[in-house]
Design a protein around this ligand. Sequence first.
Ligand SMILES: Cc1ncc(COP(=O)(O)O)c(C=O)c1O
Length: 378
Amino acid sequence: MDLFKVYKLWDIEPVRGLDTTLWDKNGVEYTDLYGGHAVISVGHCHPHYVKAVTEQLGKLGFYSNAVQNSLQKELARKLGKACGYDDYSLFLCNSGAEANENAMKLASFHTGRARILAFGHAFHGRTSGAVAATDNPKIQSPFNSTANVSFAPLNDIAEVEKELHSKEYAAVIIEGIQGVAGIYEPDDGFLLSLREICDKTGTMLILDEIQSGYGRTGLFFAHQHAGIRADIITTAKGMGNGFPIGGVLVSPAIKPSYGMLGTTFGGNHLACAAAIAVLEIIESEHLIENAAETGEFFRQNLCPDGHPIHPLKEYRGRGLMIGLEVMEGYGDLRNRLLFEKHFFTGAAGPAVIRLLPSLTVSKETAARFINALKDLSA
Ligand SMILES: Cc1ncc(COP(=O)(O)O)c(C=O)c1O
């Protein structure tokens, strides 16, 4: 059997990693400033993480959600404390799309309403509901009904108000920072007004922090920069540092009932051990502070005094969620960074390079990247 080919692949096979370094099968070294789509939050093969996961595997890797599991409770307690939502409760699942799927379902159960308002260029995943709330018809099949979804332009509060006025919407779903679209932020003022309109109309506010969360922007969740609280927050990616796990943080106003949500694998012992280790590392190594500081270092060097250096057209993002829009004629810069300078980065179309490194990334590594970029565009 061959693989079902849905991915465009680089001709590189990493076989070993340590912190922000990867080695391919020929022993060639690369610097990873992408973390496999923002997943590697505490670095590849962090010793505390490896120990926690392997020890748990030797004790009990899995049992179902039909039994007590104190690792889930420990994870909920630690996550609540880390992100400041300790009065919320946690539903554990396996991926980002699944977290969003459950979040929208919860909002619909709670309000008794069916509609979802999402934003232009949003990406929320590829399962049926999540892809319907994703602004990309190319990845929606006829089965993924979009009948209950509307889209408003990001930062257009008048449009949001017009839609929510009908009181037909169960929820508004919004990314903390739009990642796949190319790193676009909702304005703080927009988020404050959105919160108010949701309160006025009884609409749940779902913050998709799957890419922007886990400390990447210098606070645990990106929406916390605006000082608002969400009703439901979804998380995945950095949560398990590569071990698949997702979570839905649920406001105490939303009451659970048996059978409302469910999953076979979600919250299994191994996944919880991985996620607990990630939170322990984030706390003990002050990685959120490092994300803020190293992010600032990237900004100051790539966009001194608000002016992007050649060949950048625009610098976007916060902390370690960075979008570098390149000038016309530099569409091959990402390839050259990879093949000539051995830096893994991400993209959003040909014009935007995305940096989503591990929160452990050092200023020295950032400086090497900045020099490589300058070198290639000299
Ligand atoms: C903001 C956002 N939401 C949801 C998802 C979907 O997550 P997953 O691929 O784990 O299903 C992604 C993945 O890129 C994302 O960036």
